[in-house]
Design a protein. Structure first.
Ligand SMILES: CC(=O)N[C@H]1[C@@H](OP(=O)(O)OP(=O)(O)OC[C@H]2O[C@@H](n3ccc(=O)[nH]c3=O)[C@H](O)[C@@H]2O)O[C@H](CO)[C@@H](O)[C@@H]1O[C@H](C)C(=O)N[C@@H](C)C(=O)N[C@H](CCC(=O)O)C(=O)O
Ligand SMILES: Nc1ncnc2c1ncn2[C@@H]1O[C@H](COP(=O)(O)OP(=O)(O)OP(=O)(O)O)[C@@H](O)[C@H]1O
Ligand SMILES: N[C@H](CCC[C@H](N)C(=O)O)C(=O)O
Ligand SMILES: [Mg+2]
Length: 506
């Protein structure tokens, strides 16, 4: 059964109108009413237009007959696809680059949901998920009924679904936005990944505000080079956002500045629109003074550790104000955010050793997470880390080096090996860890559960044990199979077994 959320009410758009909207020739003959759109043949609902997209592995047109059998009434495809799909006998809109128009088409079919929704979009190499939760908290404080679409979960008012990816394909995204609107959502915050921008997944979305956390290196398995990665992210700032908010502390973002760009600086640069100083307190109770336009000064705070979360909080406030929230409400709403799943999350194991789970799986994130965790430790900082298989391989040694520089004891283990050889991945992470020349002790432990057990066995009162890389993930993909695995549960269980549980739970 197709699982992606859709609006309950589907009015439908005649195919001829869609052709006119895309300024392409309407197919002669039948003019079916299109009531939904999908790019996946297995997800076709009767009345759908099936977008038969050219892919890295297959051409969607190979599945046009399946789509027709499931009730599709029309196609969108490219010239190669039109030939391949001819036998399916469906009227087709043919364009050179279907992904480039798919968002506008889906938006039209689903009633242009972003014309009446406040939509806040966050991009950047690290901090999208964290910032999205802070923004959502501020939108709630302002009285909005909220939605959130991102890496961890998808919430459309009272409808909660698992997130398959950080940013859904345009077809699914516009259906979700329409479903959110139908359920009374007035403001929605979403993460916008570089894959999404490169592949047109946010086409047709009007953003009230777009924000950019920072630019680092990632996903070079997908993007041709760093320039290509930057160009993908830059697309969010090509005019599709009413307000643009950029991190002034990251010089890489300067080429995107325009006359009306809003900027923020956690480093306290007074030339930014929003800046912070007087950062005080540590751990899960950071306070700072927020400075804004026209001499505005407000006491502010964020209940998350690390200087990077002060930056995320500033971005959240700046975006909220851009979305029409008054600054005091925005500040209070951001401060009220109680935590982000799998991001510097304390595990449920009271005792002399703090256990923390974090999603850092790129170099800059590891540096930021370990700096934050250092402040939580009155003893040593013990870090368990691996790297994903079938993903950007170049980042592995850098991840190892960052762990060796930031922690006292590093256990290099497995993340999601996927179809790659775990021993090879560990060797690449270890090579970077050793090459860093840091004083940290470095161990290799095959198997994540074994590594967590070993980290806890080696811990002493006052230490922090941090598991990096998997955060909120509920499974571990080994040899192409996903096994249930939750770092938070594993670490809490190991800590309780070693140190007991004052609350009496076992
Ligand atoms: C690299 C990438 O993003 N690839 C996306 C791309 O896949 P592809 O080009 O390989 O597609 P393909 O398998 O050749 O198939 C071609 C077309 O035929 C269709 N098809 C195929 C088979 C079939 O039986 N029926 C059918 O309809 C497919 O839906 C597709 O439209 O188009 C597919 C749908 O059109 C996406 O599902 C797929 O995402 C894959 C699964 C993926 O893993 N993406 C990840 C890397 C991703 O997007 N990550 C980002 C960033 C996360 C982060 O920041 O860390 C995210 O936003 O989640
Ligand atoms: N502003 C930031 N700068 C650097 N590191 C950060 C920042 N915010 C969060 N991090 C670190 O990066 C990790 C991932 O953070 P988060 O999930 O918020 O980012 P993301 O951009 O959504 O990541 P992903 O693309 O992996 O989903 C966190 O667990 C934390 O260690
Ligand atoms: N969305 C990211 C998540 C990576 C998380 C990490 N645990 C890994 O498996 O590398 C990706 O698919 O690249
Ligand atoms: Mg994310």
């Amino acid at each position: 059964m197709p699982g992606n959320p859709r609006p309950r009410t589907l009015t439908g758009t005649p195919l001829g109108d869609l052709a006119a909207r895309l300024a392409v020739a309407a197919p002669s003959g039948a003019d079916p009413l299109v009531t939904g759109v999908t790019h996946a043949s297995a997800e076709v609902h009767p009345g759908d237009l099936y977008a038969a997209l050219p892919g890295a592995r297959r051409h969607g047109a190979e599945f046009a007959a399946d789509a027709a059998a499931a009730g599709a009434v029309a196609l969108l495809t490219d010239p190669a696809g039109a030939e391949l799909a001819a036998a399916a006998g469906l009227p087709a809109l043919v364009v050179p680059d279907p992904r480039a128009v798919l968002g506008v088409l889906a938006s039209t079919v689903y009633g242009d949901p972003t014309s009446t929704l406040t939509v806040v979009g966050v991009t950047g190499t690290a901090g999208k998920t964290s910032t999205a939760y802070l923004v959502e908290s501020g939108l709630r404080a302002a009285g909005h009924t909220t939605g959130l679409i991102g890496t961890v979960e998808t919430r459309l008012g009272d409808l909660v679904v698992d997130s398959v990816r950080t940013t859904p394909e345009a077809t699914d995204l516009h259906a979700m936005l329409a479903a959110a609107r139908e359920r009374g959502v007035t403001a929605l915050v979403m993460e916008v990944s570089s894959h999404a921008l490169a592949m047109g997944r946010v086409g047709g979305v009007r953003f009230t505000v777009g924000g950019y956390t920072n630019f680092g290196s990632d996903h070079l398995d997908f993007h041709a080079d760093v320039e290509d990665y930057f160009a993908a992210k830059a697309r969010l700032f090509d005019g599709r956002c009413d307000v643009e908010v950029l991190n002034h502390d990251d010089p890489a973002l300067r080429p995107l500045y325009k006359a009306r760009t809003v900027t923020y600086s956690a480093a306290g640069d007074r030339s930014a629109t929003w800046w912070a100083d007087g950062v005080d307190g540590a751990g899960y109770a950071q306070r700072f003074t927020l400075h804004g336009p026209d001499g505005l000064t407000l006491p502010a705070g964020v209940a998350l550790p690390g200087r990077h979360n002060v930056a995320n909080a500033l971005l959240a406030v700046a975006m909220l104000v851009g979305a029409g929230v008054d600054p005091k409400t925005a500040v209070d709403g951001v401060a009220a955010c109680g935590g982000v799943p799998g991001r510097l999350e304390l595990v449920d194991a009271p005792g002399p050793v703090r256990g923390v789970v974090d999603y850092a799986h790129k170099t800059d994130a590891i540096v930021a997470a370990l700096a934050a965790l250092r402040e939580l430790s009155s003893g040593r900082l013990i870090c368990v880390i691996g790297a994903g298989g079938d993903r950007d391989r170049g980042k592995r040694p850098h991840m190892g080096a960052a762990a060796a520089r930031g922690a006292d004891l590093v256990l290099v283990t497995d993340d999601n090996p996927r179809t790659a050889d775990p021993a090879v991945i560990r060797a690449e992470v270890l090579a970077g860890a050793y090459a860093a020349g840091a004083s940290a002790r470095i161990l290799e432990v095959a198997g994540r559960r074994a590594a967590i057990g070993e980290a806890v066995r080696l811990a002493e009162p006052g230490d922090v044990v941090a598991l990096l890389g998997k955060g909120h993930e509920q499974g571990q993909e080994v040899a192409g199979q996903v096994h249930p695995f939750d770092d938070r549960v594993e670490l809490a269980t190991a800590l309780r077994a070693r140190f007991g549980d004052p609350a009496g739970r076992q």
